[in-house]
Design a binder for this molecule. Structure first.
Ligand code: C2O
Ligand code: CU
Length: 471
């Protein structure tokens, strides 16, 4: 699709929106990302195709790729029957480019366009998705990977991305449209699907990933599901974790696996040391019933090398401001509600209402610091001073997991239930187990109003969201 004159002028003008400090070191040509309804064969061919909502007519959408420091320019063209936006999950960008309707921009109406143009400050694995009715739009298939390459990427034989997701299909392979009506999903673990896909294809039966003996693969995992948590285990292999949520960590063996809540990413280094012809299962072990997600199949080809590559695994750090816990301002953030949570009442649109009534009449079941907020309620929960150091204790006072995500910044995970977190990893999403307490720290260095919400999208829609002002 060609870029029209109007878009081109918009592109040229958009540079003015960028803060003076963010001088791009390069630029990708403006490209159009077209959101529309299409059809895709998600499940094996004995079933029909599924109607899906897509970027550029496929799920996942196109893999967008640029170099760290580049200016990314994407025109969203909305051919959907609903308004939409694009949010660039994990990217520390200027607030006006963050893609939150009614907070950072007007929603893009059907037939409308919006130009996103911003510099990519950090290398790593990110993703994009809508922020308008995201509990429906993401579930229908609107998401894609955004990869930002290091100036000097580590030496690998292949760089691969698995976008993990799931669907709730009926027997005719049609997506069940119960996004707003399912109270069970709302009050429990979200809208967990019944059909897992990797890169838009059902893989638990017959899904194969061909590898060559001896090769080293950088494997980027992105959890784009709206509720399902993944923890992958690679039989016969011991991948090294090199980055979480895009940011480098000290390389370490994956061990029992990394639990990836919705929105979260992990970069793995996979040394394929099996023999030609061998096969190994990759299974998800998060839920009681193990699920086969993929099979590594060694091609009948002479090994590329006889022992694992000796190239270094360590990635260069991203330019993040280091928080100083000693001088940080402290905040306690409590998440409450849901089934078996014991929450009785909550503040909602200025009134205190009983939880039963909130669930029944408003589809609300969750709170952040006692307040349930609806999708477009963006009165800030907190105002932080620009440049201040912050230490937040996140309290999960519920019986469910919550991947808690903040826009515009990255934080360090300091501790879990009072125990220091060994990696002190940078993240944009912290997965909180039931009743868990997690301390995070960051520098509030990006001005604007930023969303702070659970990435189980039925929870977000059900009140577990807020916004935070940095000024
Ligand atoms: Cu991935 Cu507020 O979103
Ligand atoms: Cu949640």
């Amino acid at each position: 699709m060609s870029v029209t004159r109007r878009q081109f002028i918009a592109t040229a003008g958009a540079g003015l929106l960028l803060p003076a400090c963010a001088v791009p070191t390069g630029s990708t040509p403006a490209r159009v990302l077209r959101a529309s309804v299409s059809r895709q064969q998600l499940v094996p061919p004995e079933y029909p195709q599924t109607e899906v909502w897509t970027y550029d007519s496929r799920v996942p959408g196109p893999l967008l790729r640029a170099r760290q420091g580049d200016l990314l320019r994407v025109v969203l063209a909305n051919a959907l029957p609903q308004a939409t936006t694009v949010h660039w999950h994990g990217i520390r960008l200027p607030n006006a480019m963050d893609g939150v309707p009614h907070l950072t921009q007007k929603p893009v109406a059907p037939g409308g366009e919006f130009l996103y143009a911003f510099v990519l400050p950090d290398a790593g694995t990110y993703w994009y998705h809508p922020h308008e009715r995201s509990h429906e739009q993401v579930a229908r298939g609107l998401y894609g990977a955004l990869i930002v390459d290091e100036a000097q990427p580590p030496e690998v034989d292949r760089d691969e991305t698995w976008v993990l997701s799931d669907w709730r299909l009926d027997k005719g392979a049609t997506e069940v449209a119960d996004y707003d009506s399912n109270r069970f999903d709302l009050t429990h673990g979200g809208r967990i699907g019944n059909t897992v896909t990797v890169n838009g294809r059902f893989t638990p039966v017959g899904g194969e990933f061909a590898v060559r003996s001896g090769e080293r693969i950088r494997l980027r995992l992105i959890n784009a599901a709206t509720a399902r948590i993944f923890r992958l285990k690679f039989d016969g292999h011991s991948p090294q974790v090199i980055a979480l949520d895009g940011h480098p960590v000290a390389p370490h063996a994956m061990g029992a696996g990394v639990a990836l809540g919705p929105g979260m990413r992990a970069d793995l280094m996979l040394d394929c040391m099996g023999k030609p012809g061998e096969r190994f299962v990759v299974a998800d072990t998060f839920y009681p019933r193990e699920l086969r997600v993929m099979e590594l199949v060694y091609r009948d080809e002479a090994p590329l090398r006889g022992k694992p590559s000796a190239a270094p695994l360590t990635l260069p750090p991203n330019p993040l401001s280091e928080p100083d816990p000693a001088r940080a301002q402290r905040q306690d953030i409590r998440f409450e509600g849901g089934a078996m949570g014991g929450l009785r009442e909550a503040e909602f649109e200025g009134r205190r209402l009983g939880i039963q009534q909130l669930v029944r009449e408003h589809g609300i079941a969750w709170t952040v610091n006692g307040v349930a907020r609806r999708e477009h309620d963006h009165r800030p929960m907190l105002t932080l001073k620009l440049g201040s150091h912050q230490l937040w204790t996140l309290h999960n006072d519920t019986a469910w997991h919550h991947p808690i995500h903040i826009h515009g910044i990255a934080f360090r995970i300091l501790s879990r239930n009072g125990k220091p977190a060994p990696l002190r990893e940078w993240a944009d999403t912290a997965l909180l187990a039931p009743r868990e307490r997690v301390e995070i720290a960051f520098v509030a260095d990006n001005p604007g109003d930023w969303m702070f919400h659970c990435h189980v999208l039925a929870h977000q829609q059900g009140g577990m969201m807020a916004s935070v002002r940095i000024q």
